[in-house]
Design a protein around this ligand. Structure first.
Ligand code: SF4
Ligand code: SF4
Ligand SMILES: [Zn+2]
Length: 554
């Protein structure tokens, strides 16, 4: 549905053609489609932060979209600013005194009564919306039935996943569906509490995917994520879910995962399909029952059905996710700060430490307040681990190269990183008996193609084939594997790339192994990115665009 309007008589947003209480026909207000209800907690927070008497409004009496706040369908004030460091401000659009005087003359409504009226005013439209989603769930299961071993709800603790959980269970007529929650170790306390409570109260079978290492552990080596370097998504979410699925599924089986992604959330998500047979997690097929729902439709559904929500929404969070995410808005950062000071104090300290270590030439408080850390994209890093993200060419000659490494070269470990290359180039490797420090790469016909000789700090490569282009390609791939060898922090990124489940990156034993029987040499892990390792790429680049510009302009 792309229709929404505010019934001024019943004081309720309407998603259908008309208000089903008074019969007043609707209009079409696009802004309203993105609006969310404002709860008492947010009003009190705003009042405390700004000194403005906005806490005089009742819970759910205001709706908000694009930072404007609407009373009876009309803009009354706007909230400006607010971030990890600074408080927000309120700018009145209507005469404050007139609005508040008028407010005092009204009979106050209670929350339950309001939710009931929301339901009554939207009954038919809501029914249609729900029916369509339920039909989609049933038809998708029917269509994909034979291809899937399990069905599950991807449960983040955000409102979208809660709505999907309700719809899917309603469609199945049972609670017997797995809910999978990825604990990124960056969740805010409200989310963790909500997920537990929801599972208990709704009697749902919840499985938690936990990363091998926490964000704080990985960030030390990989540097903070930025909008471009979002290694955290792979390491803390995708890899742990993939690992969990491998444990529960039979070989070659798949899971049908219902998620709550919606087109309205971003321009990238606008392109998403309602069913995705291939996704970032190879073992899952994704289905999206509320892909086309607007924020308003979703909220009307939540209020009408009195569906429990994460407390973060009550404080004004519009999207609940990780607490320290480069995609978070500065407003979300402010809300997180208000909700959980200890958590944010840790993150702010981390940001200060990071800014200081990089010798940033701007005021550090401004750097954090303006979210410049999120723009880290290029430049050369001053990070202590960045040296591991590079290799040096010590000598070069015709079809010979000597590569210097910053990590002691151990044959037994480095061989694991060569295995995908052997498969890709169809080599067999053969180790020299004397000292076991030389590997010969042999073609299928047992012809020596390359010799790799290893000493403590370098690796010498000779190439005996005529074909120069395959030498160049081999060398490019070898460099990527050597960076992996130097840098690997066992984030699990390579494991998720390998649909053949040949790679194990074990953080506990600090071991990266490749199973030659499973590897088919597809090269996906080798070209995970331009340098061969997600974390190394993040650690390599430090300086944000804006700061680079400032430095360039003196
Ligand atoms: S080499 Fe692979 S598993 Fe290891 S840190 Fe890099 S991306 Fe992660
Ligand atoms: S992704 Fe897996 S199969 Fe492909 S080259 Fe790497 S280890 Fe081998
Ligand atoms: Zn009405």
């Amino acid at each position: 549905m792309d229709m929404a309007y505010f019934c001024s008589k019943c004081k309720i947003p309407i998603i259908g053609d008309q208000c089903e209480i008074c019969g007043k026909p609707g209009g079409n207000t696009k802004t309203l489609l993105k609006s969310s209800p404002v709860f008492k907690e947010e009003l009190q927070m705003l009042s405390e932060a700004t000194g403005e008497p906005v806490d005089e409004f009742n819970s759910l009496e205001l709706w908000t979209a694009n930072r404007y706040y609407y009373y009876e369908g009309k803009k009354i004030f706007k909230v400006i600013g607010g971030n990890l460091i600074e408080n927000p401000q309120i700018k009145w659009v209507k005469n404050k005194k007139m609005v508040l005087d008028k407010l005092n003359r009204y009979d106050r409504f209670d929350e339950d009564e309001y939710c009931y009226r929301v339901k009554e005013a939207n009954r038919f439209a809501l029914g249609t919306l729900e029916e369509k989603a339920i039909r989609f769930v049933r038809e998708t299961i029917e269509k994909l039935g034979k291809q899937i071993e399990y069905k599950a709800v991807s449960f983040s603790g955000g409102k979208d996943s809660v709505v999907v959980s309700y719809l899917v269970r309603k469609a199945l007529g049972s609670n017997g569906i797995l809910h999978i929650f990825a604990n990124t170790t960056l969740e805010n306390p409200d989310t963790l509490n909500f997920v537990e409570d929801f599972a208990n109260n709704e009697r749902i079978f919840l499985l938690k995917a936990e990363p091998q290492q926490s964000f704080l552990k990985l960030v030390d080596k990989a540097l903070l994520p930025s909008r471009i370097h979002r290694w955290c998504c792979t390491a803390l979410k995708i890899a742990p879910i993939e690992k969990l699925l491998r444990q529960i599924l039979e070989p070659r089986a798949k899971i049908l995962m219902f998620d709550g992604i919606r087109h309205e959330e971003s321009s990238r998500r606008k392109k998403y399909e309602s069913v995705e047979l291939k996704s970032k997690i190879a073992l899952q097929i994704i289905a999206r029952p509320i892909l086309k729902w607007s924020t308003l439709e979703e909220w009307i559904y939540i209020l009408s059905n009195q569906i429990p929500i994460n407390d973060s929404y009550k404080y004004g969070m519009r999207r609940v996710g990780c607490s320290l995410c480069p995609l978070n808005s500065s407003w979300s950062e402010y809300v997180i700060k208000f909700q959980s000071y200890p958590l944010v104090r840790d993150y702010t300290n981390l940001l200060y430490k990071f800014a200081k270590s990089q010798n940033i030439q701007v005021n550090i408080a401004d750097y954090i307040a303006n979210g410049q850390w999120k723009a880290r994209a290029g430049g050369s890093s001053k990070h202590k681990y960045s040296v591991l993200s590079e290799i040096s060419i010590l000598e070069r000659d015709y079809k010979f190269i000597r590569i210097g490494l910053s990590k002691v070269v151990k044959l037994v470990s480095i061989k694991e990183y060569l295995k995908p290359l052997n498969k890709k180039y169809q080599f067999k490797s053969f180790e020299s008996k004397i000292g076991r420090k030389t590997i010969f790469l042999l073609s299928k016909k047992q012809k020596i193609v390359s010799k790799i000789s290893i000493d403590k700090e370098s690796l010498s490569v000779w190439w005996f084939e005529k074909d120069g282009s395959s030498y160049r390609q081999f060398l490019a791939d070898l460099k990527k594997q050597l960076i992996k060898y130097q840098f690997c922090a066992y984030c699990g990124g390579c494991e998720t790339k390998c649909v053949f489940q040949a790679i194990t990156a074990d953080a506990e034993y600090q071991k990266y192994t490749v199973d030659s029987d499973k590897c088919i040499g597809c090269g996906e892990c080798i070209s995970i990115n331009k340098i061969g390792c997600l974390l190394a790429k993040s650690a390599k680049t430090t300086i944000p665009y804006k700061i680079m510009e400032e430095v360039a302009n003196g």
